[in-house]
Design a protein around this ligand. Structure first.
Ligand code: NI
Ligand code: MN
Length: 228
């Protein structure tokens, strides 16, 4: 599996089967994004929840790549009205496909999509456990700390938000990492905006284990790649 973090919550994954996934593709208005929209070539798009910094360019990418969007049913229903194909899911559901499996897990967060100052309700927020048969990855989406995170792991890699204000901050993310029992934890959802400014090295240094991943010094809130 190849995993790349592209800033904010954007993660791309190439599974061991050679299937390309992108999670929360917030590209165009993302100040820390490392991707060029027209270069994106994926088989599936996954969205954790309806907030605009997570739906991002999903509709354009879906049309460009002829790739379905995998999302919670209420968000999927809305996106279908925008002319894309979706695979609707709900919490607890596991989807099997040519990528392995994707399981939708609870996230403690809200979920609306804003169009022209109108809020569209998008159901509940989610996280994902992606298992391609070789590597198990957890992407938390946006969430607060909650004790049921102990039911998620163990996983090889966990992407956890550390930005605070809209999600858990560093102290709670350290507790979350302990509950999840991930081999490697990769901090996300920080330094995109002033409200979520954090030092990722502070987070990594607070982890009890040798984490096996350090954010690149020169690109600390941009692209970081991990090969497994
Ligand atoms: Ni959000
Ligand atoms: Mn967010």
């Amino acid at each position: 599996m190849i995993l790349t973090w592209h800033g904010h919550s954007v993660v791309s994954i190439t599974t061991i089967q050679g299937i390309n996934l992108i999670i929360d593709p917030f590209i165009t208005h993302n100040p820390v994004n490392s991707l060029t929209l027209t270069d994106i070539d994926v088989d599936y798009i996954l969205i954790t929840h309806g907030h605009n910094d997570h739906v991002g360019d999903a509709v354009a990418i879906s049309k460009q790549c002829n790739a379905p969007i995998i999302a919670m049913v209420e968000l999927a229903d809305y996106l279908e009205t925008q002319g894309v194909t979706t695979i609707p899911m709900n919490l607890g559901g596991k989807l099997s496909g040519d990528f392995g499996t994707i399981k939708f897990t609870p996230a403690l967060h809200s979920s609306t999509y804003t169009v022209d100052n109108t809020l569209i309700p998008c159901g509940l927020a989610a996280g994902f456990i992606i298992d391609d048969g070789s590597t198990k990855v957890y992407h938390a989406g946006d969430t607060a700390l909650f004790s049921d995170l102990q039911l998620i792991g163990p996983v090889d890699i966990a992407f956890l938000p550390i930005g605070d204000t809209y999600t858990m901050g560093i102290d709670d993310a350290i507790k979350a990492a302990d509950l999840i029992q991930a081999g490697t934890v990769i901090p996300i959802h920080y330094n995109t905006f002033d409200e979520i400014k954090q030092n990722p090295y502070h987070f990594i240094n607070l982890l009890p284990q040798n984490n096996g991943f350090v954010p690149d010094k020169d690109r600390s809130f941009n692209e970081s790649c991990i090969y497994l």
